[in-house]
Design a protein around this ligand. Sequence first.
Ligand code: PEP
Ligand code: MN
Length: 345
Amino acid sequence: MVLILRKNAEEKQLKNLIEWLKNQGLDVHLSKGRYQTIIGLIGDVSAIDIELLKGLNIVESVMRISEPYKNANRKFHPDDTVLDVCGIKIGGGHFNVIAGPCSVESTEQIIEVAKSVKKSGATLLRGGAFKPRTSPYAFQGHREKGIQMLLEAKKETGLPIVTEIMDVGSLPLFEDVDIIQVGARNMQNFELLKELGMTRKPILLKRGLANTLNEFLMSAEYIMAGGNSNVILCERGIRTFETSTRNTLDIAAVPLLKQYSHLPVLVDPSHASGIAQIVPPLSLAAIAAGADGIMVEVHNDPEKALSDGAQSLNPAQFDELMQDVKKMLTIFTDRKLVEIREEER
Ligand code: PEP
Ligand code: MN
């Protein structure tokens, strides 16, 4: 249930109301937006007398929320959530490009890629240290050493790092990681989500291969229910009957997620397609659909990549894509590419 308050609500009245609601056994979520102050109620609201609440002079209206996700719901929190990751804003008009290889392969490689993507305008660096591979015989990632390599690249370039966690047990290794990614295969690893909810780390949550938007938002809710509201959603393609692409990019998910939720929404055109050549048009489609950013795989030498070479852009292709991204963003004045200024580092 959501209470929308009148603009002139006094602090004292607000305090009394919150206290009363808490005494009814409800969790109270106060959101003071630019235009509106709202109170979200979580818990059993069946015994609450809506008419009584509507009658209070500080309450403008009362809405029952039927969606099972509350914290992630835009009705609960009408303004866009804006994350701050090492001074870089994500969401609410701040467009970000996360770029880097599928897997971190060596310190030299990740530094080289980090420098080149930064030069082209990327705002964050990605790279897998723990890799969820379909085959147990495929490269599994350099694990904790991979995280150290990413930290080296961060030291060299200042780019914040994004890397995937696969199990609760390795969480202590992610202390210095700026954004923890939960991959598609772990979107419903509820114990992991709960544990991440207890941290205050920004979490990049990718949509599962065969999950609905409702399930996706419920997974975000798992993290948020623990008190961690730093969640970024990432559409990365879903399984369909189509085999021409690795997955099918669900472009409709972008405007719908933006409508349902206040969380930033990114698109990963690399895993969505599996084909480097179509990563640029899908990236531009993501911008047109309203995404708050993209995550693109970039490798210094895609043909020799230890994972996902076929979908990785080389640095020159990425640079070209960034030119188009910048041009495209001039059409959509609601979002601006975040700029990393050297002097800030
Ligand atoms: C990745 O981003 O490295 C990855 C494994 O993606 P996904 O979980 O979307 O398959
Ligand atoms: Mn990959």
